[in-house]
Design a protein around this ligand. Structure first.
Ligand code: ADP
Ligand code: MG
Length: 253
């Protein structure tokens, strides 16, 4: 982790007279997992979609792997992996055929079964996307981001709505993707997830970055102000109970 692979400088996005992103700047380092956290409407998805070349910005500069978004959007597209909206998965095709189709679009040689294996979906190769559970859909959509062997993948709320087992399974998958050298930029509303996964996070509120650091440093800084959490009386929480009772293995494989 040394060089910034993404550099966002004074990025502004207005929707008409509404200011959704108000001049934010941040760098994402090569090989890190970078998280954007913030309440609904903070401007996280807007920011991601601008970097992904999917949404025009109002002003500011964005560089991805040294390339200028204003001049080299087509080249940027080639080195990034983006999750599609569900509507992008042609209803007539099964998972195997969808991977084949995307590989064709990206001009990549990909063994669909091998790719489906990495997200534990080999057995579902003949299923349609709509026949998958929520966790399986997320796993499949993460797999599709990998087809063009990207340097960076973008995951917008990858674990929203999933059960605790599926969430943890995706954490493992995201860490594995990072361990192969891929940079990951994600959004989440789960603070345990951000703490577990992210090397650094930016907290976004109403279009501004209000804090940017490692999760550890942010917590230390808060504690240094004299903040104290109300005394924790129990040694476990309800999620511990749930996982103890139902186990950690995925149900929907
Ligand atoms: P987040 O992902 O942090 O929840 P978004 O980036 O989706 O936030 O949205 C930021 C703000 O911009 C919200 O107030 C949202 O309503 C508004 N917004 C998003 N997309 C559009 C759009 N296409 N047209 C107008 N307003 C939009
Ligand atoms: Mg969003």
């Amino acid at each position: 982790m040394a060089e910034p692979i993404i550099s966002v400088q004074d990025l502004v996005k207005n929707y008409g007279s509404f200011k959704a992103v108000k001049g934010i700047s941040f760098d994402v380092m090569e090989g890190e997992i970078f998280g954007l956290l913030g309440p609904n409407g903070a401007g996280k998805s807007t920011t991601l979609e601008i970097i992904e070349t999917l949404r025009p910005k109002t002003s500011g500069k964005v560089f991805v792997d040294g390339m200028d978004l204003d001049r080299q959007a087509a080249e940027i597209k080639k080195i990034i992996g983006v999750q599609l909206q569900a509507a992008g998965y042609y209803p007539g095709l099964n998972l195997y055929e969808l991977v084949q189709m995307f590989a064709g679009l990206y001009n990549q040689k990909v063994d669909p079964l091998e790719l489906l294996d990495t997200v534990q979906l080999r057995d579902k190769a003949k299923n349609k996307f709509k026949q998958l559970s929520g966790g399986q859909k997320q796993r499949f959509s993460i797999a599709t981001t990998l087809i063009n062997k990207p340097k960076i993948i973008f995951l917008d709320e990858p674990t929203t709505g999933l059960d605790p087992q599926a969430r943890r399974n995706l954490w493992d998958l995201i860490r594995e993707i990072k361990s192969r050298g891929t940079t990951v930029i994600l959004t989440t509303h789960y603070m345990d997830e951000a703490e577990f996964l992210c090397d650094r996070i930016a907290i976004v509120d109403a279009g501004n970055i209000i804090s940017l650091d490692t999760p550890d440093q942010m917590i230390d800084d808060l504690v240094a102000t004299g903040f104290e959490r109300p005394k924790q009386v129990k040694m476990a929480n309800l999620e511990d109970v749930f996982l103890h009772l139902t186990g950690k293995t995925l149900r929907d494989i």
